[in-house]
Design a protein around this ligand. Structure first.
Ligand code: GTP
Ligand code: MG
Length: 445
């Protein structure tokens, strides 16, 4: 997601940020490149035009051309516009208090991810201390009820279904009284999808909507469908009324245009994004963090939060010291593998680190490679792990055969480790660079 866009943005912004003075022509050129990148990312044409015009207008103002640091001012403008495009504020669900039932209606086209997302959200709300009930109101697809029941078992959230019932509205009515009687405070209703936006589907959803009176009407849209997702959201909003969008399959290799156009076109916020098939792969959508990520500035906040879940602060500090003083050993490297496994994919983590994107050999990040490296290090003695410089040719041969790899693999790991230590040392030492990056987004330039 956003790979190409980020690359273009990073290039453009890097060029601009280095300049001590900026001319109107510089701004024009930078904006032109940004425009092309947005169009290539399949962002809605009207949205792109508005973005470009606003950016030029603001950047032309004397503020940028005459400011002490015009490059940074310009970056800030682009960043703020991008946040604005994505929705300004993080918008959570507007649920009622714990003693009142909050019904949530899910809708969307066939295969967009409704059923999966219902269960993901139920699990999330349960973890937040609510008492959710899942309601199976997709009575069109034969296996739909069963699918929700299985997901209910996985998440430990009860599923309300009525055997033999053909009318979703009747199921919803019964579910409402069941939920109230059994003091559930959140009710998540899964509905059926259709291949296209047709009257049948709209009528069914409208009917359910008027009976359920949901506090949240959430549209699940498939990020992979690009601009079509925006059209679908517009239609559902006009005909049923939605309170927000959940963009599913955000983990897929799409150009990202949907995420960037949705808010501007529908005026409804993206509330969550689905980032995988697994039941816990649903994330709250943060426009500001996403903007920084798209601009290639790294999602520092997300990274820190994610890392903190697994690395205790002292450990992190110790690691930082080791990195700075070059006492980071292969044993430390090995220990990082375990942490990384706990944190999720290395790739997604790396993308969040400022300046790392594009700077690292992506092949080296796949887990197959990680397993190989793990095996190699495990075949080393502790002494070797603590001082890799003693690993000469005969040791390399022994390690290779011990780990079922080749001397070539061992050489490669050792070379990479040296390179990595050097790079990390540079990065951690360059506090000024880090501070600069952060201050750009604090609004206090
Ligand atoms: N990679 C990825 N796959 C997802 C995500 N969300 C859903 N899927 C997959 O998309 C497929 C369709 O998901 P469903 O939840 O059954 O979609 P639905 O909208 O309920 O489909 P219908 O009920 O047939 O209309 C499944 O294979 C899901 O595993 C996501 O965020 N990422
Ligand atoms: Mg479904």
């Amino acid at each position: 997601m956003f790979d190409k866009l980020t690359r273009t943005f990073s290039d453009v912004l890097r060029q601009v940020s280095g300049k001590s003075s900026i001319s109107e022509k510089n701004i024009q050129d930078a904006v032109e490149e940004i425009k092309i990148a947005l169009l290539e990312a399949d962002v809605n044409l009207r949205v792109v035009r508005r973005f470009v015009n606003h950016t030029i207008e603001e950047a032309r103002g004397e503020k940028v051309l005459r400011s002490v640091n015009p490059g940074q001012q310009f970056i800030k403008i682009v960043h703020d516009r991008m946040v604005n495009l994505l929705g300004s504020e993080t918008e959570g669900l507007q649920l009622k208090g714990p003693d009142t039932l909050s019904p949530i209606l899910f809708m969307g086209l066939q295969g967009s991810g409704k059923t999966t997302t219902c269960a993901k959200l139920a699990l999330r709300l349960k973890k937040e201390g609510r008492k959710p009930l899942l309601v199976a109101a997709d009575l069109v697809r034969p296996a739909a009820v069963k699918q929700l029941q299985l997901l209910g078992e996985q998440t430990g959230v009860p599923v309300f279904a009525v055997e033999g019932e053909k009318k979703p509205v009747k199921v919803v009515k019964q579910a409402l009284s069941f939920a109230k009687k059994n003091s559930f405070n959140t009710m998540i209703v899964d509905t059926s999808g259709r291949m296209h936006l047709d009257d049948d589907l709209m009528k069914e959803i409208q009917e359910i909507n008027s009976v359920l009176k949901p506090v949240e009407g959430l549209l699940v849209a498939d990020a992979m469908t690009g601009q079509q997702a925006v059209e679908i959201a517009k239609e559902f909003n006009e005909r049923v009324g939605i309170t927000g969008v959940i963009l599913s399959k955000f983990d897929s290799d799409t150009r990202g245009g949907a995420a960037l156009s949705l808010k501007s076109v529908t005026k409804k916020p993206i509330k969550y994004v689905g980032v995988g098939e697994k039941i816990d792969e649903l994330e709250q959508f943060h426009p500001d963090r996403m903007a920084s990520r798209i601009l290639g500035m790294g999602d520092v906040v997300s990274l820190v939060e994610k890392a903190q879940e697994t690395i205790q602060e002292e450990e992190a500090e110790e690691l930082q010291k080791k990195l700075q003083s070059s006492t980071f050993t292969l044993q430390d490297y090995l220990e990082q593998f375990t942490r990384i496994k706990k944190m999720g994919s290395l790739q997604s983590l790396v993308e969040m680190i400022p300046g790392m994107k594009g700077n690292i050999d992506e092949d080296a990040l796949n887990s197959k490679e990680m397993k190989k490296e793990e095996a190699i290090i495990l075949s080393m003695t502790l002494q070797e792990r603590h001082n890799h410089r003693i690993i000469g040719p005969s040791r390399r041969k022994r390690i290779a055969s011990g780990s079922g790899t080749s001397v070539f693999d061992v050489n490669r790991l050792l070379k990479k480790f040296d390179k990595m230590r050097l790079m990390m040392k540079k990065m951690t030492k360059n506090k000024k660079l880090q501070a600069q990056m952060l201050s750009q987004f604090n609004g206090n330039i």
